[in-house]
Design a protein around this ligand. Structure first.
Ligand code: SAH
Length: 351
């Protein structure tokens, strides 16, 4: 038997150890070097007795796009099936570094405003593929003397459509013998799947959650987010109440600002009323225009500030999402979409 063992698969590594008879210390050392110190592969594996039998990276770095405007980099990875996914490194001016990871190739939620949803593909990433985004980004950053501080599941995909692999990844990210990343510095963002939100909070109470709310009017929300029909606003609100009880920390409410759709003073009043009594932090998101939704227009800055002002005056913690990498978003995102459509079409022809 000579299949490769995953770095995260303790059973496979134990089999290797039984076969090649090396000390458990060697495994600990390899994992510490890679997952805690983000050492380069060759350095990490130098003293490992079974280096040739390990699969360190299920993803291949296909392209790196660095913003010329700010500290954002987009990493395009290719899966073994040939599909492309993206992760984004956000080097924030304060020195903190956030990594945004993907949980799927494409997404079945198909939200009106989202480029990933328009891809016409939805495939789950394995937990190893989710984790490899963190490992490879960590290895790039360590060369700049930077460390990943926050990990956010805000890349491609709906994390709760890939719940098992999400939880496997969260287990590995927080495990002391693996990445040992603080759960309080991880955030899972969802389109709003109430039962999964509660399950996640129960299993990982310290992991932050964000709900992509975008409207508190059922009809308007359904227009933007088709899944809103299955999971109506009352159900979401009940899930938020449950999360608040389990987590004792605010849930992030993401609110994409779209001109004429959800940004009037009356919308702000409706949001204030809907969120009343909940422990939340509202993050207003400037819309990043996509080719497939030419009818959607982002709210202008003065309207956004007025909207934010109303929320703040009502006592809601409200921030406006900083936006990095405007120049690289389109360039790489469109490439992913084009290539994945072609690969998915070819694969379905083969079947
Ligand atoms: N599926 C998850 C996570 C991925 S999207 C979710 O829905 O939350 C991460 C965030 O980016 C979500 O709040 C999503 O609504 C937002 N988003 C998607 N497309 C966008 C766009 N074109 N401009 C601005 N934000 C967008």
């Amino acid at each position: 038997m000579s299949s490769l063992a995953s770095l995260y698969d303790s059973t496979a590594i134990e089999h290797l150890r039984a076969e090649l008879r090396f000390e458990p210390r060697c495994v600990r050392q390899l994992r510490n070097r890679l997952l805690k110190h983000f050492a380069a592969d060759t350095e990490a594996i130098a003293e490992f007795p079974a280096g040739a039998r390990m699969l360190l990276h299920p993803l291949e770095l296909y392209r790196q796009c660095d913003s010329e405007l700010d500290g954002a980099s987009k990493l395009l990875f290719r899966t073994q099936a040939g599909m492309l996914i993206e992760s984004v490194i956000l080097r924030i001016a304060t020195g903190r570094t956030t990594l945004c990871v993907s949980s799927q190739v494409g997404c079945a939620a198909a939200c009106e405003f989202c480029a990933t949803g328009k891809m016409g593909v939805a495939q789950n990433l394995s937990s190893d593929q989710i984790l490899d985004q963190v490992l490879q980004a960590g290895q790039l950053l360590v060369r700049e003397q930077r460390k990943i501080r926050n990990i956010v599941f805000m890349g491609m995909g709906e994390p709760f459509h890939n719940e098992d692999n999400l939880y496997r990844a969260l287990d590995a990210l927080t495990a002391p013998e693996l990445f040992h990343h603080s759960p309080a510095k991880i955030l899972v963002s969802t389109v709003g799947i109430p039962d999964a939100m509660i399950r996640c909070a129960q299993r990982f109470p310290e992991v932050n959650q964000a709900l992509s709310l975008h409207s508190v009017r059922q009809a308007a929300r359904e227009q933007l987010i088709p899944l809103a029909k299955r999971f109506p606003l009352e159900q979401l609100r009940r899930a938020l109440v449950a999360l608040n009880r389990i987590q004792q920390k605010p849930v992030m409410i993401e609110y994409l600002m779209l001109a004429g759709l959800n940004d009037a003073d009356e919308d702000a009043q409706a949001v204030i009323a809907w969120l009343h009594g909940l422990n939340v932090h509202v993050n207003l998101i400037p819309y990043n225009p996509i080719e497939d939704a030419p009818q959607l227009i982002g709210t202008n800055r003065s309207r956004r500030d007025a909207f934010a002002g109303l929320l703040k005056r009502a006592g809601l913690i409200t921030t406006i999402r900083y936006s990095l990498g405007a120049d690289i978003a389109a360039a790489c995102g469109q490439l992913v979409k084009k290539e994945n459509r072609a690969i998915a079409a070819a694969a379905s022809k083969d079947q």
